[in-house]
Structure formats: C-alpha cells, structure tokens
Design a protein around this ligand. Sequence first.
Ligand code: HEM
Length: 554
Amino acid sequence: MLKKLYAVKQTGQRLVRLRQLCGARFQAQAEQQRNSSFSNATQQQLKELIDENAPERTDAEWSNAKEYDALPGPTRYGFFLSFLPGGEFHNMNYICMNQMLRQKYGDIFLLKGAFGRVDTVFTYNADDFEVVYRNEGIWPIRAAMMSFDYYRKVKRVDFFKGQSGLVTEHGSAWGDMRNKVNPVMMKSASIRQDLPEIDKITMKFVDRLETLRDPITGLLKNDFHIELKKWAFESVIYISLNKRMNMTTESAKKETAQLVKNLADSFNLCFKYDMTPSMWKYFETPGFKKLMRSYNGITEITYKYVLEAMERIKREGNKEAKSVLDKLLRIDPHYAVLMSIDSLTSGMDTTASTFITALYHIARNPDKQQALRRELMHIMPDPRTPLTQENTKIMPYLRACIKEAQRITPIAPGNLRTLPKDIVLSGYRIPRGTSVHMGNMALCNSEKYYPRYKEFIPERWLKAGTEACPELRSSNPFIYAPFGFGPRTCVGKRIAEMEMETLLARLIRSYKISWAKPEEMQYNSNLILTPKGPLKFRFMPLEEEDCAIGSLAM
Ligand code: HEM
C-alpha cells in the first residue's frame, strides 16, 4: 500500500513540476494529454474564447485583490490522495464532500486541477454568483462532462461529425446551435401545443398506477422511480418526435430498460471520471471503457427512435411541423438530430428526480397538499377534466409547490462557468480560464436568503393573494437557479415544467398522498441528485371532505 501511495505521490509530483515548467494553465494540461487530438481541439476552442493574450487587468479592484495562490484549499497532491481507498473523500457523496471542504476552508476555496482537469474555484458567496454571470459573455462556458465531449468528438467522430451538442459544445458552435434551437424549445406557447397529448399520456400513467396500487395499504407493487422514468421518457419522446410509445410491447420494454440502465451507468461513471481526480486522459481503465459503452448504448437507442421519426416525417410530408424534430429539421438537419438525441437523453432522469422531490414534499406536508388540491378542484371539478393551455394558466399554487421543492433540492446543486476574463471573487484575483463552481443549493438552504429554509413553504413563490409571502424568498436573482442561468440555461425547462405540472395535477386531484417511511428521502449524488432507495409513497383515494372546494390558498 505504501509503495502504491509513493508511486502515486511521485506521479503527482512529476505532474505538478511539469505543469509549473509549462507555465500557462491550459497549455500545461493540454500538452500532457494522451488523447491529444481531442484535448488540443477542445483546449484550442476554449483558449480562443478566453483570449489568453489579452493584457492583465491593472485597475484598482484587481490590484487591491489578494493573489490567486492565496486562495485556501487542499494541496493538489493531498486532494488526489483523499480520493484513494482510506482517503477522506473515498466513495463520498459529492454534496458531503463539498460541505466538508466548505467547513474546512470557508466560503471560497480552490481545488487545484490535475490530470487534465482545470483548477476549480468553489464559491458560496452570492455576490460572486452575480460577478460570474455578469461576466460570462454571450457564449458562456460550462466546461463539464469532458468524457462526453471526448466520446462525441473522438470516439464517435464518424457519427457526430465533430460536434458534441449543446451540453458540451462551446463558442460560436454552441451559440449557432442554441440560436436555432431556442425559438423551438424555449417558447412556452410552442411547447404547450402538446399539452393535450401529454395529458393523455399522463392519464394513462395514472390509470396504470391504480392497477399497481394495493387497495388496502395504498403502496405500489412496482418501483415507482422506474415507472416515473418511463413516463418522463414517453412524454419527452412525444414532444421531441411526435411518437406515442406503446410501453406494453416487448421491444419498447427492453429498449427503455436498456436506456435506463445506460443512463444510470453514465451518470455514475461520468461523475467519477469527470468530477473527481482521474487519469482517463492518459489511459482508459475498464471503468472508463464501460462509460464509453454506456454512451454508445444511449446513442444507439435514441438514434433509432430519431431515425424512425425522420423517415415518418419524410413519408408523410406534412406542411405543418408536428414535433420539435420536424421543426428543427426545417432549420438545420444536423442540429435536429443532435438535439433530439440530447432531449431523449437529458429528459428522463432530470424530470423524474425533480418530480419525485416535489411529490415528496407535498406528501410530507398535508396542509400544503390540501391547499393545492383546493386549487385543482376549481380547475378540474371532475378528475378527468382535460388540462388545457387555458386552465393550466391558473395554477399558481401548483407551480409554487414545484418551485419550492426545487429550492430545497435542486437536482443540479451547483452551476459551473469558466470565465473568459479576469475577475475578482470574494476579494481574490481569479484569472481567466479558471472554472468557477457556484453552490446554489447551499445558499437556497440558508436562513440568510430563505428564512425558515427547512420548511416547505410554497407561499414564498406566490405573487398575489393573502397567503403570498415574498419576504420569505431572496431578492437576489442569482441564487435560485434550478435550471441554470442566462443564455446557457436549461433548454428543456419548458418541457420539464409542463410534464411535471400535468402529472402533479393529475395525482393530487386523484389521491391523498403520504410518505410511508419514518426516514426522510435520501439522494444519490453523481452527475445530478437522484432519489435513493425504494420510494414509499402511499396513494389513497380521496374522501368527500378532501374534495371540498373552499377558498383558494392564494
Ligand atoms: C426538471 C428537469 C430539469 C432540470 C432541473 C434541468 C437542469 C438543467 C441545468 C441546471 C442545466 C445547466 C444550465 C446552465 O448551465 O446554466 C441544464 C442544461 C441543459 N438541459 Fe436541463 N434540466 C431538466 C430537464 C431537461 C430536459 C427535459 C431536457 C431536454 C428536453 C434538458 C436538456 C438540457 C440541455 C440540452 C442542456 C444544455 C444547455 C446548454 O448548455 O445550452 N433538460 N439543465
């Protein structure tokens, strides 16, 4: 063991020396990477955005700020060792690790880069968030998921033709794609045209839930988390491809199960290889190869659906585009394929996890649940009243419940940006090209910004009415950002919101829901936060008093 540690120490020291010799941060890492074609292209792209040759700032704020090297944080070598067996962070949940680092080093600290990872500054100072977003530029850089970028740009360059899609693309390539995708995906009215069909998919889901429900205990026989992933997949596939899945066929069951498995593997392994110190840029370990295989599995399954939809669109030759794919095909066929694959990939776990979080808090707060039901009784006097673009406009409490759940547990607990210019954060000089991680979830769960932060209080988000209490939410617009922030904000936000609202409305209108476990729900933390362990919700039919309309809690 000691020998092993010594070898690691030697490697670490050699790398540190090498990096010091090379000087510039990006160059040092790029030159050492085994997959040089990939790293050079990606680093080159980032370098151009960052303009390394621009003169250093000489203004008073910069001159008076503390040196970058004075930032607190573990040593590069010490941090790496802490991930090895026996180390402080070995197999530790990402959230816990960040909490420990914050306790030790304070509200700003530096995790030095190693093995091709750039330096990352972690900040829990809301003023810093504002500085970051105000300086991110028109093409914000979120340099995460490098293994995914590598998969698309190197491993499967044959298929992706050098473009990795919105999630990992940068600069003008990202800007061009985003400009074309935004009018189709970010317009609520455009996405909500699909509401009637999403409502039908959701009603079918609720009907099926009834068959899976034990009538005595109200517990479900199946794994609710998996069922929700399938529902989210069915919904996003409809919006993206105008395809109604028949989930009862063997092929659909098999493919969905494979997709669920590949996505779970990729979330775990991508976290391991991209967010903790790893040598994958020097040699491919069996785990890294498994990650590449999971990306391949995801591409194969999703592309099969996209291809089928493209053939159908061609065959039908409709004048009016019926899906996101069809709309984008008329703008740019390559982006259309990329975006559709990414929607099917990004739209399952994110939406399912956020939905479960919302349902969990509503289940644990019966008075809030009843207030929500009162709102829904007005809109859906009959449980099967169709949801429309019109009636869903008057569900402020429903939206507030989802927002409040996302405040307590945003599935992306922080956001990441690489700054194209030198900035000062918490009084320290942060040179351009440094990655900055902003801890949104921690600030959303602090008394300073959200009084009574431990409580689930949807009323914080209500804009009008006697129950509204906006004083319980922060006026700082940079802290609460469950879908991210600025031009790079989540492109699937409108889709996710519509899906979650529809299912929440249907379930709360049909059942009295409670959490049937003494323990609180826990989360796995990898690429995103996902609920851990079996979900024990109890679904009981509504009784007469539950259906009393009464006054609205707004
Ligand atoms: C409740 C569900 C979801 C949550 C909480 C969520 C959250 C996020 C967050 C935090 C980001 C990073 C934004 C930033 O850097 O500022 C993001 C990006 C992204 N999301 Fe989502 N997401 C959700 C659902 C979806 C869905 C349904 C899709 C696809 C249909 C999707 C596709 C994407 C894509 C493609 C990006 C990259 C955008 C870019 O960099 O231009 N997401 N999401």
